[in-house]
Design a protein around this ligand. Structure first.
Ligand code: GLN
Length: 488
């Protein structure tokens, strides 16, 4: 049963071939068996899951079936879930049980999903390997013996879906945290247009960049998840009223003489990537051409400065967002001599090294001496990149580019902070511009590990992004169920 995609499982549930309770039990059994080894969940909610599944079967029997009724999912532990511990993978929130539900998780409840648990991540979503988690890193199920990273920050979500410990999951993407982990685990990761899925109730990292989205095994599954997750939230002033609806499998946008201009970013040609990534990307481009797409070279002149701009803007916003953790109202509290000492001790004990580094950088770039030369300059670069994308989309309908330079690295790799930051080169620009980007499997590298490529679109062109991603998915045609864990 766990081999079924979300789309397939919903069909079988609707024809009563399987029940939500059976499907949920199948997932809970696997979580029991492999959950601890993969460390993809911080908290599991088996009782809640069975109750959700029972309610789902009852709805179906009564003829009130919801769009994702009975789908057992993992929720990134950044989304507040009422009555269920929400940690952001931080010691600061180790025992935090929210009294409210995030908009995205509420929408998924309203769509009939079953909550299996809260997925592991980098602390406050700051990181690329999920190694900054206070609860230890999740493991990539591919070539398990190598103990590879499942990526970050949504690494628990990608580990869970790739290993069959959830049928789908939520993620958030501030600078690549859905797309990078999806790419290196062979999954589909969709970062929608900024604002399409509300940030309300999602622990804030960098508010102008944070973007919730789905992580799934197929592009059709991502479209289904996104339909449930998207939508306006009155309490979130940056959430869009556009919404996103997709009920059936995505329609082809290529073939039968259909015209589509696909842009390739010139500046990325000079970036060093693995031979495998290069050849798979070229193969997929050739496939798209043979389906009738016209390939055009476009230019985003400042795209290589996106990293520098991101690593100023994101920490600046983080330093402000994380000021609320002061040991006073909620979160960890370490008693000090006086109130200031309590602030200091609580924050020093509650935050890990990377989070502290970001707050120091953020505070520095916002200081009066640095504001103009760092923060304002980064904001200008951001505007130029967004404008360049707008002009590029006058020459093409969609853009494609790699998701990463290479395949998953061992968790034991000892990278310096700047080396981690450099891994975000292919993903951060889309966050700065607020545009949709989906990472879809491009194929398997010669080492047998998956690689992904992105489809990027105009603001609110999320549907066509997914439609083109689906063509790439069929062309790549990989089996993204790693045999190491599935056959165990
Ligand atoms: N790796 C990036 C960072 O560390 C992106 C994180 C994210 O998208 N949440 O900031």
């Amino acid at each position: 049963m766990i081999n079924l995609t979300l789309t397939e499982a919903l069909q079988k549930l609707n024809t009563r071939e399987i029940s939500a309770v059976e499907l949920t039990r199948a997932y809970l059994d696997r979580i029991e068996k492999y959950g601890a080894d993969l460390n993809c969940y911080i908290t599991t909610t088996p009782e809640r899951a069975l109750a959700d599944a029972t309610a789902s079967d009852a709805r179906r029997a009564a003829g009130n079936t919801l769009p994702l009724d009975g789908a057992p999912i993992a929720m990134k532990d950044l989304f507040a879930t009422r009555g269920v511990r929400t940690t952001a993978a931080s010691r600061m929130l180790e025992n935090f049980v929210p009294e409210y539900e995030s908009t995205v998780s509420q929408k998924l409840i309203d769509a009939g999903t079953v909550l299996l648990g809260k997925a592991n991540l980098d602390e406050f979503a700051m990181g690329t390997f999920s190694k900054t988690s206070y609860f230890g890193a999740p493991i990539n199920p591919w070539q398990l013996e190598k103990q590879l990273t499942a990526g970050g920050s949504s690494g628990g979500s990608t580990s869970a879906v790739a290993s069959g410990l959830a049928i789908a999951a939520t993620g958030t993407d501030t600078g690549g945290s859905i797309r990078f982990p999806a790419a290196i685990t062979g999954m589909v990761g969709m970062k929608p247009t900024y604002g399409l899925c509300s940030r309300w109730g999602c622990v804030a990292f960098a508010s102008s960049l944070d973007t919730p989205g789905p992580i799934t095994r197929t592009v059709d599954d991502a479209a289904l998840m996104l339909s449930a997750m998207a939508g306006h939230a009155p309490l979130d002033s940056t959430s869009s009223t556009n919404g996103f609806t997709c009920t059936a499998p995505l329609e082809p946008i290529l073939g039968d003489g259909k015209k589509l201009r696909i842009g390739v970013i010139r500046e990325f040609n000079d970036v060093k990537i693995s031979d495998d990534m290069k050849s798979l990307f070229e193969k997929r481009i050739t496939d798209l051409k043979s389906m009738g797409a016209e390939i055009v070279e476009i230019s985003i002149p400042n795209i290589l400065d996106a990293l520098a701009a991101y690593y100023i803007i994101a920490p600046a916003e983080a330093s402000s967002n994380l000021a609320r953790y002061d040991g006073m109202r909620y979160g960890l509290r370490v008693e000090g001599r006086d109130i200031y000492d309590t602030f200091k001790k609580s924050r020093a004990a509650g935050f890990g090294d990377e989070v502290q580094r970001r707050m120091v950088i953020g505070t520095a770039v916002l200081s009066s001496e640095s504001y103009d030369v760092y923060f304002m300059q980064a904001a200008r670069v951001r505007r130029m990149i967004a404008d360049s994308f707008t002009s590029a989309f006058e020459q093409c309908d969609l853009i494609v580019c790699p998701s990463s330079a290479g395949t998953a690295m061992p968790l034991a790799s000892d990278l310096k902070p700047l080396e981690y930051y450099a891994l975000d080169l292919f993903t951060v620009a889309m966050n700065l511009a607020g545009i949709p980007a989906c990472s879809v499997p491009a194929g398997l590298a010669t080492n047998g590990l998956p690689l992904g490529m992105q489809v990027v679109g105009r603001r609110f062109d999320d549907m066509r992004v997914l439609q083109l991603a689906k063509h790439i998915e069929s062309a790549a045609d990989i089996d993204n169920r790693p045999t190491t864990i599935m056959g165990k």
